[in-house]
Write a protein that binds this ligand. Structure first.
Ligand code: GLC
Length: 635
């Protein structure tokens, strides 16, 4: 502490009343009652200064014994400080009240549509080593199409080296590209082309099992390496010489296959050629982590993680109990899979991977981590992680599982998912993928248009299966031999009406669906009322502030209509979506509905038949059969 001593005559304050200079001592006089510093305080300062040894005795007095000039200056100063503080407080309050409530910053994976590309069916450029199969250069040649469509992220089904027993979900080398799809150089070219277009590339990560051709498995069975045998789940036969327990494979039969050389069984929850990895072995965890890092180092933007619930099994290998609700259709459902799915410990594994992925994320360049979990809605929700430390989102398959395609059933499904979503968790919606019949086949093309509207206007990330934007359907007459029944929904992308639908110059690996002459990208690009045009408009409409955020209210609409409100937190941007699930026209009166803003007019931003753009008031909205509309409130 140091105060400048008053040492010079010129420094003495002028006494306002007397207009005469005073000596320091005369001037200071006695302490006023209203002086802010008490005697004690003054003394304290004095002592401090004295201790400082600076000879500031006079000054210390000046604090207690101020003259009128000083007093006035001090009053002015105090008043100024007071006014400044009061001004600042009032200013802040006014700012808080008048500034718009701020909308949360969204990550790219929250605002992008994810487009799923099945590599062997998208585009054959001729550069892979097998003709009739799509390849990486083919995908690269179609990026302009995807960019124009408005989708900003591409998820590729597995592209790794594989004997292709399960179309790539049987990986024999996680660090190599399947030559059928091209080379590592082709992959780098694809990745950088995607990034140049400001899009993202996600890979499929298949950690539950490897191929039986993977060197780890081969080192076990061919070389009898105990180290590598421990990478998998091996058990002795039961006391009757049969499989160790009653566990079933999703693809049929026992989940155990006997290997004579070892006189033991190994576990495979999918095909026998897909042995399950043993996550109770820390070496396996380390290997898999290194694989994640390998691709993250290369600059990919995230992963879709395959078959998550299956990662761990019961430590005691107990028999699963029979399912009292079994309906006789799929033998796999005969058992309740509580010892092979979602077993304690799976979440910890996912959390570790998430940590690894997070190391590569920064706020400007987030990685996305998505899980494939087919389980009950409550179980699926657990994969967000109690501390949001697992998946950014587990895929929402509720619209894939829906069987009754009427408004009531779909509304209930939406409610169920939305109601179970943990606080602050980001939602997502999916209509189709490579494991399920196409939406166009499940509901027919008229309703499929409306469902694309549903997918793209519900709150959260939308994931679309390639070809669903033009209404591709399943192959009805899939040859029986040599095909997986799911190949019916994995047919070549229908680009145009030329031979092989413009997919390949060679015979495609699976037949093209016969409707390709009319259901194709080229025809639909030239038709401004096509499903493709609808899809494109909806994707672009998602940029509207009303449709971006996680705000959503279901409307109490009539039985056959699903309606909801979307808006931005400041409530100026409001969208109302109405979808008629019936095959007849309906007039929906929205004027009295809760959540529909009164005294606002709406413009039809998009209708599923792309033939209306009129302004509607907030009363009766006419909806044609299977018609959906997105209404935007006019300001
Ligand atoms: C996932 C894939 C599916 C595959 C299975 C086994 O469910 O989506 O196609 O057969 O995992 O890897």
């Amino acid at each position: 502490m140091s105060y400048k001593p008053l040492s010079n005559e010129d420094d003495y304050p002028l006494d306002k009343d007397e207009g005469a200079r005073t000596t320091p001592l005369e001037h200071f006089g006695s302490v006023d009652e209203d002086d802010e510093l008490s005697d004690d305080t003054a003394k304290k300062v004095f002592v401090d200064e004295k201790d400082g040894g600076n000879g500031d005795h006079e000054l210390s007095k000046s604090i207690g014994n101020v003259g009128p000039g000083f007093r006035i200056a001090r009053y002015i100063l105090t008043a100024m400080i007071f006014l400044t503080v009061a001004g600042l407080i009032t200013g802040s309050i006014v700012l808080i009240i008048t500034s718009p409530s701020c909308s949360p910053k969204l990550n790219w994976w929250q605002t992008s549509v994810i487009y799923q590309v099945y590599p062997q069916s998208f585009q054959d450029s001729g550069s892979g080593n097998t003709s009739g199969y799509g390849d990486l250069n083919g995908i690269r040649s179609r990026l302009d199409y995807l960019k124009d469509l408005g989708v900003e992220a591409i998820w590729l089904n597995p592209i790794y080296a594989s004997p292709m027993v399960d179309n790539g979900y049987d990986v024999s080398d996680y660090r190599a590209i399947n030559p059928r799809y091209g080379t590592m150089g082709d992959f780098h070219n694809l990745l950088s082309a995607v990034h140049q277009k400001n899009m993202r590339l996600l890979l499929d990560f298949v950690p539950n099992h490897t191929s039986d051709q993977h060197k780890w498995f081969q080192m076990c069975v061919a070389n009898n390496s105990q180290h590598f045998c421990d990478y998998y789940v091996w058990r002795d036969s039961d006391s009757f010489g049969g499989p160790p327990n009653n566990w079933l494979s999703i693809f049929g039969g026992s989940a155990w296959t006997y290997v004579e050389a070892k006189d033991q069984y190994y576990l495979h929850q999918f095909y026998p050629e897909q042995p399950d990895l043993n996550y109770r072995n820390k070496n396996v965890k380390e290997e898999i982590k290194n694989i994640l890092e390998y691709w993250l180092d290369m600059g990919i933007d995230g992963f879709r993680v395959d078959a998550v619930p299956f990662l761990l099994e019961d430590k005691e290998f107990r028999n699963e109990s029979t399912n009292p609700d079994y309906n006789g259709t799929n033998p796999f459902d005969e058992l309740i899979h509580n010892y092979t799915q979602n077993v304690l410990g799976v979440h910890a594994i996912v959390q570790e991977w998430r940590e690894t992925v997070d190391c590569y994320s920064d706020s400007d360049d987030e990685k996305v981590f998505i899980g494939e979990v087919y389980s009950s809605v409550d179980t699926v929700m657990e994969y967000y992680g109690t501390k949001k430390d697992e998946f950014d989102f587990p895929f929402n398959f509720i619209l894939i599982d829906t069987e009754a395609w009427n408004a009531t059933a779909v509304r209930e499904a939406i409610k169920e998912w939305w109601g179970a979503l943990p606080k602050d968790a980001w939602s997502n919606w999916v209509l189709g993928n490579h494991d399920n019949p196409r939406i166009g086949t499940r509901v027919g093309l008229n309703l499929a248009r409306a469902l694309n509207m549903l997918l793209l206007t519900l709150p959260g990330t939308a994931t679309s299966y390639y070809g669903d934007e033009i209404g591709m359907t399943n192959l009805e007459d899939l040859p029986v031999d040599g095909y997986d029944e799911r190949d019916a929904e994995r047919t070549p992308m229908q680009w145009n009406a030329e031979e092989n639908a413009g997919f390949s110059n060679s015979t495609p690996w699976v037949p093209v669906v016969a409707n390709y002459t009319t259901v194709n990208v080229e025809v639909q690009t030239n038709n401004n009322q096509s499903m493709l045009e609808l899809y494109r408009m909806l994707v672009h409409l998602r940029k509207n502030e009303a449709l971006k955020y996680a705000r959503f209210n279901l409307l109490n609409t009539s039985e056959n209509v699903i309606g909801y409100r979307r808006d931005k937190p400041d409530a100026d941007n409001v969208a109302i979506v109405l979808i008629n699930f019936a095959n007849f026209a309906i007039t929906e009166d929205i004027s009295a509905l809760e959540h529909v803003p009164k005294e606002r007019k709406f413009r039809i931003a998009v209708s599923t038949w792309l033939n209306r753009t009129e302004i509607v008031d907030n009363a009766a909205v006419e909806l044609g059969p299977f018609e959906g509309v997105v209404l935007l409130a006019t300001l």
